[in-house]
Design a binder for this molecule. Sequence first.
Ligand code: ZN
Length: 404
Amino acid sequence: MRDTRLPAKRGACALILCALAAAPAASGQSSGGGGVYVATPKVSKVACLRKCASKQRARGGSVLKIVGTELAGVNALTYLGSYGSGDDATVKVRAGSDHRLNARVPIGAVTGPIALATASGGRSAPTKPVLILPPPPPEPNAELSPAPGPRVNGAPRLETGTSRTKAFVGARPGVTFSFRLSGASAAALKVELVSAADGVALKTWTPQEVAPDQVQSISWDGRLGRAAAKPGRYSFRLTAASADGAEARNSQAGDIDRDSFDLYDNIFPIRGRHDFGGGGAEFGAGRAGHIHQGQDVFARCGTRMVAARGGRVKFKQYHAAAGHYIVIDGAGTDIDYAYMHLDQPSPFAEGDRVYTGQTIGAVGDSGNAEGCHLHFELWSAPGWYDGGKPFDPLPSLTAWDSWS
Ligand SMILES: [Zn+2]
């Protein structure tokens, strides 16, 4: 990640090439031992079979056809995504034969190589990248509307609404689920937050029943306790039962659209047109007497700047080189976020709580800056000039830019 020889604008392809470049070494190691024979599955072809964008392009919910050898013992398939394991997604599979198996593409899987594993520890080499388009965004239903889910006779009628289809960890307001019952009153109410990736309910609310026709709401800020929930698609699932047990639900099982939203871990900090400049703007670029410790992002003077991730303000100061700057300890992360050359001092003070997406200032050229830009740094734990180290923020910025 600190390779300064890479071009300024690195796309997903470059990252995937990195992953592939690592592959031969790994498979060479496993086959170089000799002696005990462990069946090693090998993939020769991958094609999208059902619910595809096209034969070569899958999306969450598609089914892939995988052709190869030694597939009989395969029981798991991992979508490796881009570098790092944060976006890996594994599904259970069962081979139809030694030469073929079908596998579901989970909703959270992203473009990247795939790899197979057997129960006895055999692993295939990662394949070439499989193109996986993101699933279409969830259907917006911000206003209450009749819920399409199953309803037994005698159960309450449900109307539901979800305030947004895109949410950010640590933002305020979070995502709000509202509902109203009519007809029968409910003796029991349950709202679950379900991860579309695996159907698991990660959080449950049991609201008090109220008289029919009253609107009730539940809000969530993307956190589970103190930890941030994993990015991905989530759905609110409401179950309402009448006194004699007749149940109604807001959606069918497996519906990833109704009362659903996509959760992201960071928002792009500049809310306007911007670019990442040339080589001199990169992390690691040479500077008089030091190395550039961040990524410059150019935008018009005065463009609104927000906290990519909320947290606690660690520093808010003026420095001859950095100009007006602010450093935020990202909530639920080990990372410090530094924003420099603001046109004015940020309205936040040291110690203040900031929410993801909250305005922290505007792009400027205070301090030693040529042209208005944000100088952005990310620091590992324990933090900014506190034992941590700056690392290249461009891959993160590029990813945030793609969804926000
Ligand atoms: Zn800079």
